[in-house]
Ligand binder design. Structure first.
Ligand code: PSV
Ligand code: MN
Length: 425
């Protein structure tokens, strides 16, 4: 299925009058506060969030997986699905590939499809947390950190291969997430595994094209439960610093122990110019991979508040944005539309924070007013602004309603059947 301009216009029609009324009312109020609505819209339009190639299919837990049908069985179909999302929200203009789940078979065909639906190629992700079918050595006890040199070399060469695949497609970053760690005290040496990881990353780093970035994720536990080799932002930052200018820390919102102050991590990394990217999701307990903004929207806003301030006040290069959630209960495409909307809303809220007044309140230790400033922005209903930014980009006033109205899932099930299965997680 392909979404046309006609589709968008017909599905927008019944919403136009109410939307215009809501938007005009909001715009007037924002202008009264001294905000430039046109500029806000331009900033919102510019924020594009990559969709990972593994997110278009139904996710699962270790207890089960319940597919909803019409899943994209090939990389081309996945890109077509992202094209549908992008046509609806004009905000998901790229795909982030996971290798080897989504190795392109026919590069020309993949690139042609991507161009047709206006999708670019974001960071490529390596995978050394699973053994592949005909793999001679196992990652069971680690990959880049493994005590066995031959296993480390296998993992290094996989990462180099991922860079080569990314180069052919026009990607500009490699994301490395290591599952390496231990489940029992004494299982391995903290110092040796970290040193092995650093040396392995150095070899990969040397292979990185000059205009590429290496994004290093961290995660405190899972799949191992006692330690991970890169458990926190500090370790990732340390490695990125030692590796060099092209290496950065990537923050995955689910990769923190409960109640960690993620916005503070963001501020620190930006000050050091080392915030390389984001994996968005939400969680209640651990790496729950729930829809962005569904559990802790205020935290998301506070993170964006730091990002917006950091864009103005630091030299941190533009980070790579990606959704990294798992869709177990909802239609993955509806879930992704909700996540992108939540990100844009948090960004919009952060953009209207009166940063000057906040600085003044901070300088005079006016705690109550500092809180007022933040909460005033957070509690302003900016949905009409986000909708208008998407509408002006040629998208749907309400992407999820248009998705349902246009019967996208029904069409995909009709085209692909109820049993098609997406590759990846
Ligand atoms: C690990 O939990 C992670 O967040 C990494 O980004 C992986 O690449 C992704 O999930 C998919 O497994
Ligand atoms: Mn992630």
């Amino acid at each position: 299925m392909k979404i046309t301009t006609d589709h968008i216009q017909t599905s927008n029609k019944p919403k136009e009058i109410a939307h215009a009324r809501e938007f005009n009312f909001l715009a007037e109020n924002l202008e009264k506060k001294g905000l430039n609505v046109e500029q806000l819209i331009q900033k919102l339009q510019a924020l594009q969030i990559a969709i990972p190639s593994w997110a278009l299919g139904t996710g699962g837990t270790r207890f089960g997986r319940f597919s909803g049908g019409g899943e994209p069985a090939t990389l081309i179909q996945k890109i077509q699905d992202i094209g549908i999302l992008h046509a609806l929200n004009r905000s998901s203009g790229s795909v982030s590939l996971h290798i080897p789940w989504d190795i392109p078979q026919d590069y020309d065909a993949v690139q042609q499809t991507a161009a047709e639906v206006e999708i670019g190629f974001d960071a490529v992700n390596s995978n050394t947390f699973q053994d592949q079918t005909d793999q001679s050595l196992s990652y069971k006890f680690g990959s880049l950190a493994n005590s066995d040199k031959a296993i480390r070399e296998l993992a290094i060469s996989h990462n180099k291969e991922v860079i080569r695949i990314g180069e052919k497609l026009g990607s500009k970053a490699l994301t490395v997430w290591l599952a390496d760690g231990s489940s029992f005290p004494g299982q391995n040496s903290f110092r040796k595994t970290l040193q092995n990881t650093y040396e392995s990353l150095q070899e990969i780093y040397q292979e990185l094209p000059s205009d590429w970035k290496m994004l290093i994720e961290y995660k405190p536990y899972e799949p191992y439960f006692y330690s991970t080799v890169i458990p926190d932002w500090g370790t990732s930052f340390l490695l990125a610093n030692k590796l060099g200018k092209k290496a950065f820390t990537l923050v995955d919102l689910g990769h923190h122990l409960p109640n960690t102050n993620i916005e503070q991590i963001v501020a620190t990394l930006m000050t050091e110019g080392k915030l390389g990217g984001f994996h968005f999701n939400d969680s209640k307990y651990g790496d729950d991979d729930l829809t962005v903004g569904s559990i802790k929207p205020y935290q998301l806003f506070l993170i964006f508040n730091e990002l917006v301030a950091g864009f103005d006040e630091t030299a941190n290069p533009a980070p790579a944005w990606m959704i990294d959630a798992s869709h177990n209960l909802k239609d993955p495409m509806e879930d992704l539309l909700q996540s992108v909307e939540a990100i844009k809303l948090a960004y919009a809220q952060a953009l209207i924070v009166d940063q000057k007044a906040l600085l003044k309140a901070q300088a005079s230790d006016d705690v109550a007013f500092a809180q007022e400033i933040l909460q005033d922005a957070f509690r302003t209903d900016l949905r009409p602004l986000v909708r208008e930014s998407i509408r002006q980009s040629g998208g749907a006033i309400s992407p999820i309603h248009s998705y349902r109205k246009l019967k996208v899932r029904e069409n995909l099930i009709h085209e692909r059947g109820t049993k098609s299965k997406a590759s990846g997680l």
